[in-house]
Structures are given as structure tokens and as C-alpha cells.
Design a protein around this ligand. Structure first.
Ligand code: BG6
Length: 515
């Protein structure tokens, strides 16, 4: 594929849009997400000149800290976790100078009074214009307490239709609820204090460059969309594989498992963007309407269907990248006979005109051979084996592989003739790689999403009906496992999952792509 010259705008993404003045408040400021993702994302936005000219960052957490000690801690974290290194002090120092810390418990009114006073100071001294983004990097059980606390001190006024009126938005981390009833209840409760337009439910997969590119690839080009249907596509595979284990989060994993942690959100989001119809416009609701339609067209998996179409797996000891690693049941805080899922593979059907009869195979797993996330679209075989069955033996039909991470890119695989006498064929690949085409590293998902929250664009955030539809599909799978005591297929850490998952595809005559 032709390579375009490096794009100097890529480092800042074409940014003709202004970010309005605002204070960015992080609840759960002493947690890992703040250090590893949020502050590094804000710093990179600063480097790309996308932060507002009037800006402040306020951390809120229980641990005692001063503005200065919080700022220093964040400087160290950004130096370590930023995608762009070394730390550029010209970009960082203005952020550190605009950073403050409010110590307090989330269930005490004093915390919110203190925060309000700090925000008023930020408006007066930094010109943040009463615009606020509250980022809740906290446990799901604390979300409502915080929103109520903010409401009670008047920090969450409903949006005003006046142009340029101050805004208050709340960004909520996943998991949003733990099943359909709890997600519905949370939405209902939140609406007592907020409007849907103020709520930004984050799924960081939507902020990944390649995921957004899927929309451009499909709807900004004519060649792919013409083939994007049941007449030309035989099946689709979507993989989110990780080589890490539960990384000290045994207690959390025992409660959620990978189906709630990754399938309900990230994997289903990749599915909806792959399968949705072209939206009428790129307006947030037009895009989300189309995604919701896909979720509603998923053929429900219930009872015995679950046992036939879903494989639940769990890693046993093994070797990952040359290191011996324990099995899931040997991880701290995990029950010795735990049946928690650390791997899931499923066969889904979308009951729509476009997709009838095309199986979608989804898999997600921890402690697999490698870290890779990709969407592989497999096309049908040519109607005639014109080159004889021998030439075609062992050949796989064409595929389009969208690599979400790492080595982001798109590869089109097709057959060519091997030079020389005869008609022997070999599969080759036409590759587009972000790194080579655009140079530099891609912005991290959080950069895009924090910027969108400050700018008020909810397109890449999950709407209430969307998150409920996701749970609506996942809940019956979890119940069937509970009710039928579904088996847990053990797989060796460092493999690509249990043999049962291979059988899921073999029944349709397919095999998982080896990424
Ligand atoms: C998070 C999950 O949402 O996504 C983690 O809670 C998982 O378990 C992570 O490791 C994967 O994100 P990424 O961006 O590294 O693929």
C-alpha cells in the first residue's frame, strides 16, 4: 500500500477546535488510574496544545496530601507513564502549577464544601468559568454517593440551553452496574441529580485510534462497505487477548470475571462498531442509535444455548514469555476451587438483513500467549475452484484484519501466484501500519476521551440504553452458568485458550486466526 508522508498534525491530531476553559476534578486521585492514565493523558493533551487556555486539575481523595506533594507525585507518575518521554517541563510545569488537592471522605459534606471553595478559587484565579468535568475514578459503589454530594452543594446544575452557559459533566468509569437491574437502578438514581447529557460513561476501547478508524475505514471508503455483508463475509472474529494475569486484582476478579470486565463492554463495543449500519450523520446520538440496534439484534443466548455457544475458561499454571506463572486459583485472594472466568469465547448471531447467517466469534482472555486485540473479517471462498483443488488446498479465503493493538494497522490478505511455472498460489498481505504511515506514537485512548468530555462530545461514550442492552445480552449467560453449573475449561497460561474454544469454530468449519 502507498505510504503517505508523516503527518505533522498527528502528534496533536488536527485540532481546529477549541477546548473551553474548565476545571478537571478527579475523585479517587490517589489511585492507579490517575497516575497511570489520567494525568499522563492530560499532560499529552498539554503537549499537543489541546488543553484549554484556562484550566485547573483538582484531585480529591482520602489520603492526606498537600497541593505540592500531590503535584510532585503526579510529576513523577507522568514522567514514568507518559507515552512521550522524557518529561517536557515546559509542558508539565503549567499543569503542575494548576494542580491542587482536596482531602476528604466521599461520604462527608465537608469534602464537597471544600471542593466548591477550591473550584470558586480556580474560577477567580484561573478563569475556569464555572465549567467542570468530574471524573469518578472510584469503585462503582461510590459513584452515587459522590454525585449526590456534588448535587447537594450545587456543583451539578442541569445544563442550560443558553449558548456558552457553564457546564458540569460527570465521567463514570466501568463497570457500570454489575448486571441489568443494577445498571438500570444506577441510571435511574443518577437521573435524580443529572441529565443524560451530563453523563459520560467511559469505555476506553472507544478512544483507541484503530477503533475510531474502523468508522472511517467502513464509511469513508467505498470499497469495504460494498463487501460488508452476508453475501461476501463468511464469519468475523474479534479477539481481546492479554498476556497479563489478574495482577493482584484477585478479589475484584472473583466478583466480576472476564465476561463482566471485558466482554460486556470492550468486546461488545468492538462488535457494534464492526457490525452497525452507516449512521445518518456523525452526531453522537445517530452513531449510538446504530450501535444500540446491533445490540438489540443479537440473538439472545439462554439456558442450553449458552452451554453450546459459550466457552468459559480459566488459566492454569504455565509459561508466559519464558516465565513460569501461577494458575488463577493460586493467585492471592482467589478461592482454591474458583470457577471465575478468565477466558470466554462465544459464537454470536446478529439477526439482521445484513448479517443473517454470519457467525461472529468473540474471545477474550487473560494469560494468553500474547497481548493482541484485533477484528478479523473473513470473506467467502470464490464460487469456483478454478485453479484446481490442489492449488486451493490449505488456502484460507481472503480476510481483512484490523489490528487494534499493538502494531495498530490494517492488513488485507489475498492469494497471489507464486512466480514460475504452474499455478501454485500463496497468501500475501497488503499492510497498512499506523506507525510507518504517520510516524510517532498514537494518542492513548484516554487522551481522546478526556478531551471529548471537556469539549462536550459524548459520541465515544456509552449511552444509558446502550449499557443496558449490553447487560441485557450478558445477564442470561451469567445466569445459565450459575444455574447449569457450566464447566470451566482450564487452559495453560501462555496458550491461546482451551481446546473447547477451538471446537466452537470447528463446528462451522472454521479455526481461530493465530494473531
Ligand atoms: C480494563 C480491564 O478495562 O481493560 C482490565 O479492567 C484490562 O482487566 C484492560 O486489562 C485492558 O485494556 P488495554 O487498553 O490494555 O487493552
Amino acid at each position: 500500500m502507498n505510504q503517505v508522508p508523516p503527518n505533522p498534525l498527528r502528534e496533536g491530531t488536527p485540532d481546529d477546535q477549541q477546548t473551553p476553559p474548565c476545571a478537571f476534578v478527579i475523585f479517587g486521585a490517589s489511585g492507579d488510574l490517575t497516575r497511570r492514565k489520567l494525568l499522563p493523558a492530560l499532560y499529552n493533551l498539554g503537549l499537543s496544545r489541546s488543553l484549554p487556555h484556562a484550566f485547573s486539575v483538582l484531585g480529591v481523595a482520602r489520603r492526606p496530601k498537600t497541593d505540592a506533594s500531590f503535584g510532585e507525585e503526579m510529576r513523577e507518575a507522568v514522567g514514568k507513564f507518559s507515552r512521550r518521554k522524557p518529561l517536557d517541563l515546559n509542558a508539565w510545569v503549567p499543569i503542575e502549577q494548576a494542580t491542587g488537592y482536596v482531602q476528604g471522605s466521599f461520604d462527608q459534606a465537608k469534602t464537597y464544601h471544600d471542593l466548591r471553595a477550591r473550584l470558586q478559587r480556580s474560577d477567580a484565579e484561573r478563569g475556569t468559568a464555572q465549567n467542570r468535568v468530574f471524573y469518578l475514578a472510584v469503585a462503582p459503589s461510590e459513584v452515587l454517593t459522590i454525585v449526590r454530594g456534588l448535587h447537594e452543594v450545587g456543583l451539578l446544575p442541569r445544563p442550560s440551553p443558553e449558548p456558552g452557559a457553564p457546564f458540569s459533566r460527570v465521567v463514570v468509569e466501568k463497570p457500570f452496574g454489575e448486571d441489568l437491574p443494577s445498571a438500570q437502578a444506577l441510571n435511574r438514581e443518577l437521573y435524580r441529580y443529572l441529565d443524560e447529557r451530563q453523563l459520560y460513561r467511559i469505555d476506553h476501547y472507544l478512544g483507541k485510534e484503530t477503533v475510531q478508524n474502523l468508522i472511517v475505514l467502513r464509511f469513508g471508503n467505498a470499497i469495504f462497505e460494498a463487501l460488508w455483508n452476508r453475501s461476501h463475509i463468511s464469519h468475523v472474529e474479534i479477539t481481546v487477548a492479554e498476556d497479563i494475569g489478574v495482577e493482584g486484582r484477585g478479589k475484584f476478579y472473583e466478583q466480576v470475571g472476564i465476561t463482566r470486565d471485558i466482554v460486556q463492554n470492550h468486546l461488545l463495543q468492538l462488535l457494534t462498531i464492526t457490525a452497525m449500519e452507516p449512521p445518518a450523520t456523525l452526531d453522537a446520538d445517530a452513531v449510538r442509535d446504530e450501535k444500540v440496534k446491533i445490540l438489540r439484534s443479537l440473538r439472545p443466548l439462554r439456558g442450553a444455548d449458552v452451554l453450546a455457544s459459550v466457552v468459559r475458561g480459566q488459566y492454569a499454571r504455565g509459561i508466559v514469555r519464558g516465565d513460569a506463572v501461577p494458575g488463577y486459583r493460586e493467585e492471592p485472594d482467589v478461592a482454591p476451587a474458583s470457577v471465575t472466568d478468565t477466558y470466554v469465547a462465544m459464537r454470536l448471531q446478529i439477526d439482521s438483513w445484513r448479517w443473517a447467517g454470519v457467525p461472529f466469534f468473540l474471545r477474550a482472555g487473560k494469560r494468553l500467549a500474547k497481548r493482541v486485540a484485533e477484528i478479523a473479517v473473513h470473506f467467502r471462498s470464490p464460487p469456483l475452484a478454478l485453479f484446481g483443488t490442489a492449488a486451493a488446498a490449505g488456502r484460507s479465503p481472503n480476510s481483512l484484519v484490523l489490528r487494534v493493538q499493538p502494531d495498530e494497522g490494517v492488513a488485507l490478505r489475498f492469494d497471489t501466484k507464486i512466480p514460475g511455472a504452474g499455478m501454485a498460489m500463496r497468501e500475501v498481505s497488503m499492510d497498512f501500519r499506523y506507525g510507518t504511515a504517520f510516524g510517532g506514537s498514537s494518542p492513548e485512548a484516554y487522551e481522546r476521551l478526556l478531551l471529548d468530555a471537556m469539549r462536550g462530545d459524548p459520541t465515544l461514550f456509552t449511552r444509558a440504553d446502550e449499557v443496558e442492552a449490553q447487560w441485557g445480552f450478558i445477564d442470561p449467560i451469567l445466569s445459565a452458568w450459575r444455574e447449569h453449573g457450566a464447566p470451566v475449561a482450564l487452559y495453560e497460561a501462555g496458550s491461546m485458550g482451551p481446546a473447547e474454544a477451538d471446537q466452537l469454530l470447528a463446528r462451522d468449519g472454521f479455526a481461530w486466526r493465530r494473531p
